[in-house]
Each structure stands twice: as C-alpha cells, then as structure tokens.
Design a binder for this molecule. Structure first.
Ligand SMILES: N[C@@H](CCC(=O)N[C@@H](CS)C(=O)NCC(=O)O)C(=O)O
Length: 202
C-alpha cells in the first residue's frame, strides 16, 4: 500500500500523527499541492476530487478522506485504541471530531485559503469571508479553553484521534497568524503537552 501524503497540509498531517501514535509504518509519497501535483491526471485516478491525503491499497483500491483512512487502520490495528473502544467512547470521539472539524478547522481554512496570497491559485478568494471567519476561530478557542479546565485530553482519559485533530488545528491556525489567545492558559498547557509527544514530529 502507499499513503499519498500532503506534507504540511493539515489533513495529511493528522493521519501521519495518527499513524505515528499507532506505531504503523506505511510507505509514503508526498503530493505537493502548492506545485499542483494533486491535479495531475495520474493522481486523479487515486483521488478523483484532487485532495490529499489518500491511501492506495495493494489491490489498487483507494481510500480518500483522512478519517476514513484512520478508520481503516483502526479496524486493522485496534490497539492502541484511538477511535473508541465501546459505543460511548466512539460517540464521544466522534462528537469532538465534528466540533473541531466544523467549528475550528473549517473557519481556520476559510481565513487562510481566502486571505493568503499563496492560496490564490487554489481558491476563488473572497477576502471578506476570510476576515469574517477570524473571530469565529478566536471565539471557538476561548470556548475550548473553558472546556479544557481540569482535563488532560479533550474527551477521554487517554489520547484519541480528537486530540490529534486539535493539535493539527492549533498548528494550522498559525498559518493565517492566529495564536491561542494569551488568557487561554488551559488550552496553551494542552497544546504544549501534545507537542511534547514524539508523534507531533510526524
Ligand atoms: N475531507 C478531506 C479534506 C482534505 C483536504 O481538504 N485536503 C486539502 C489539504 S489539507 C487539499 O487536498 N486541498 C487541495 C486543494 O485545495 O486544491 C479529508 O479529510 O481528507
């Protein structure tokens, strides 16, 4: 099998962190979206929507969507468990995943993709949309800071995929120069703890 990685692209990065936490080694090929490598006819056979990451299995079947790739590996290698070991855990992780993707990752992407000149070749940019999403990111970070009071991880008493998504979002937010607000100490501690894990270097 081969993992088509997107370098710094956040969805590719969270799968790499996930694989590192699982201790799974997969051959990787970097697809550079800044060079348009995801739009070639050859790569479209793997990922018809021209996105990274994707995973091609040995029989040629291709899985796109970062969480679908994680789900595949979770089923193959249940331990260490990162996606829930019982119905309640599975629901908790999914709940946080959705919150983080829809209310944090999506607005960060809007700020960056619609506001940064380097993204002009990938997005029909609407500057107002970029700016109107910036406060949404800050507001969500402030809300999340309160949620993290007295908690080590975001939803369970161990690391899960939701924490990996949170880490990916904190890093992604730096691209459009959004930092965790100074008064969000719970969130800063949480981010630092995640950064200390070896997987953060994946
Ligand atoms: N739902 C997809 C989203 C993937 C996605 O948005 N990938 C971005 C990089 S993080 C991409 O490939 N962008 C290509 C483009 O904008 O043309 C997933 O989770 O894998």
């Amino acid at each position: 099998m081969i993992f088509f990685d997107g370098g710094g692209a956040p969805n590719a990065r969270r799968v790499r962190i996930y694989l590192s936490e699982k201790g799974i080694d997969v051959p990787m090929k970097v697809i550079d979206i800044m060079k348009g490598e995801h739009k070639t006819a050859e790569y479209k056979k793997i990922s018809p929507l021209s996105q990274v990451p994707s995973l091609e299995l040995d029989d040629g079947f291709c899985i796109t969507e970062s969480i679908a790739i994680c789900r595949y590996f979770e089923a193959l290698h249940p331990e260490p468990n990162l996606m829930g070991a019982n119905p309640r855990e599975i629901a908790q992780i999914e709940m946080w995943q959705r919150r983080l993707e829809l209310l944090l990752m999506a607005p960060i992407a809007a700020v960056f993709r619609h506001g940064h000149p380097a993204m002009a070749h990938l997005e029909d940019q609407v500057l107002d949309w970029s700016e109107s999403n910036r406060p949404k990111v800050i507001n969500f970070l402030r809300w999340l800071d309160k949620q993290m009071k007295d908690k080590k991880f975001i939803c369970l008493d161990r690391l899960t995929l939701a924490d990996i998504t949170a880490l990916t979002c904190f890093e992604f937010s730096k691209w459009p120069k959004i930092n965790i607000p100074d008064d969000c100490q719970n969130l800063k501690n949480y981010y630092e703890m995640l950064l200390e894990r070896p997987s953060a270097r994946a």
